[in-house]
Ligand binder design. Structure first.
Ligand SMILES: C[S@@+](CC[C@H](N)C(=O)[O-])C[C@H]1O[C@@H](n2cnc3c(N)ncnc32)[C@H](O)[C@@H]1O
Ligand SMILES: *[C@@H]1O[C@H](CO)[C@@H](O)[C@H](O)[C@H]1NC(C)=O
Length: 453
């Protein structure tokens, strides 16, 4: 009975969604229009119901996934949106694909430039190098390995074209136009997304993830002891990057997890990695791009396998990825989430108060905000110190801070419930450089009465 009701509710929800938005036909749907003469072939098809009915939790995840995908697809439709209009979302999606498509070749050209610099050294110096090391081989080795990296980046594109139903020749044409106009792609951004694959989806990234993610998932487990698959706690992870934390939370069971990410570079990489169905099926060489801080050639050319974990594509532990700026995408959501986890995210705001508005609105009264990250601003309108920020959260937004695990050491500030640890961000373990932040961990509960009202 409960299942029937939930199916009815599910169908009602779908029809509401569709009545609000013009549906875009996905490739699969178009193919279902059979030629009239082919009808007879249907007699041979055996329809078999699944042996177990899908649970309510599975259905609700699928509805949310389809809803957000449809919503995004409506913003990038072919009809009415000129993919060469820079203000369109379709343009930016193609722009990012352009970057991935050219990833291999751009870096291979870069290596040629490095080789030219080396070629300028004197005959005497070259003899010394040749007789004492095989340094010169590095140019060819790295060139070849970038071919492999370039292929992975192209796989990201192939997956994205299918996922977003964009024709290959539209991308090819787009790239031709950009290159003709000398609008060069942004390899820094592509590289960043690919480096995040290591942080999130390779064993290699464990040294950055382990402490942070274990602490965050433990805090959620402790805070929501009575959650269950049928009564899950709803968690939002904005600025999720490649999404590992969101998936770790979903893995705990009894959480319904929504991730969100604005950057199309990150989203394309995320969609690709989470589509892979076999553990460690792919190989990348992520440490070739910067020859500074390399302890050895072996380290620099070391392969990294991914994904170290395969994620479910349906069921209650499916993570729904919402594409776009979280202050916009969740603008109409009030008191929806039981918890919001901000991980290396809040300092990306151009105005932290916009983020605080969104945060306090989407949280249910009594909901929990957990934050872990540094304070690295990028020309923001407001650049609070930790102390300022916590004051504003408390007095301006009605958050009540609760203590965080004592293993995190003494309080960062005597009067505030924040603790800290050194947490790495995107560096390889053997590198001669360590990129580490003194990340701040705090948690706060949104008071039952909203100060705004
Ligand atoms: C420093 S990265 C951290 C990513 C991830 N949380 C991690 O720890 O690996 C911050 C992320 O927030 C995303 N971001 C920035 N502004 C955003 C916004 N307004 N809405 C959603 N995501 C945003 C960026 O694209 C970037 O991927
Ligand atoms: C929020 O609601 C307004 C008014 O109905 C609508 O125009 C807007 O698109 C909605 N935003 C989102 C992200 O759904």
């Amino acid at each position: 009975m409960a299942l029937r009701n939930s199916l009815i509710r599910a169908l009602a929800a779908i029809s509401i969604i569709y009545s609000f938005s013009t549906p875009v036909l996905a490739e699969g749907e178009k193919q279902q229009v059979l030629e009239p003469g082919l009808d007879g072939t249907l007699n041979h098809i055996k329809y078999e119901a699944a042996s177990t009915p899908p649970s309510e939790a599975t259905i609700s995840r699928a509805i949310e996934r389809d809803y957000y995908k449809q919503k995004y697809m409506n913003t990038i439709t072919d009809e009415g949106v000129d993919s060469l209009d820079q203000s369109s979302k379709r343009y930016w999606l193609l722009w990012c694909m352009y970057g991935f498509e050219r990833h291999g070749i751009r870096y291979q050209n870069e290596i040629k430039k490095w080789a030219v610099r080396y070629a300028g050294i004197s005959e005497k110096h070259r003899k010394i190098v040749k007789s004492s090391s095989d340094y010169e081989k590095i140019y060819d080795t790295v060139h070849d390995l970038w071919g492999i990296n370039g292929q992975i980046a192209k796989d990201v594109v192939t997956h994205a074209l299918a996922y977003y139903s964009i024709p290959r020749d539209e991308l090819d044409r787009f790239i031709l136009v950009q290159e003709y106009n000398e609008n060069w792609d942004n390899q820094e951004r592509v590289n960043e997304a690919i480096q995040h694959v290591v942080r999130d989806w390779a064993t290699e990234g464990q040294h950055e993830r382990a402490t942070a993610m274990k602490t965050l998932t433990d805090m959620l487990t402790t805070h929501f002891p009575s959650r269950s698959v049928s009564q899950p706690a709803r968690v939002l992870v904005p600025g999720a990057g490649l999404g590992r934390l969101a998936h770790e939370i979903a893995e705990l069971g009894g959480f319904s997890v929504t991730a969100n990410e604005w950057s199309a570079y990150m989203r394309l990489a995320y969609r690709y990695v989470t589509s892979l169905r076999k553990k460690e099926s792919e190989t990348n060489h992520p440490f070739l791009d910067w020859w500074s801080y390399q302890p050895s050639r072996t380290e620099m050319t070391r392969p990294v396998l991914f994904p170290d974990s395969v994620v479910p594509s349906s069921g209650p532990q499916e993570v729904v990825m919402v594409e776009g700026d979280w202050t916009v995408e969740f603008a109409n959501d009030t008191a929806v989430y039981d918890a919001v986890v901000t991980f290396f995210f809040m300092d990306t705001a151009t105005n932290m108060l916009d983020y605080m508005d969104t945060l306090s609105r989407v949280l249910k009264p009594g909901g929990m905000w957990i934050n872990l990250g540094p304070l690295l601003y990028h020309d923001a309108a407001v650049e609070f110190s930790l102390e300022d920020w916590m004051d504003v959260a408390e007095k301006g937004y009605g958050f009540e801070f609760v203590d965080v695990p004592e293993e995190w050491g003494p309080l960062t500030l005597k009067s505030k419930k924040a603790r800290n640890r050194d947490i790495g961000y995107m560096y390889h373990k053997e590198s001669l450089r360590r990129n580490i932040y003194n990340a701040q961990l705090f948690a706060a509960v949104k008071k039952e009465t909203d100060l705004d009202e």
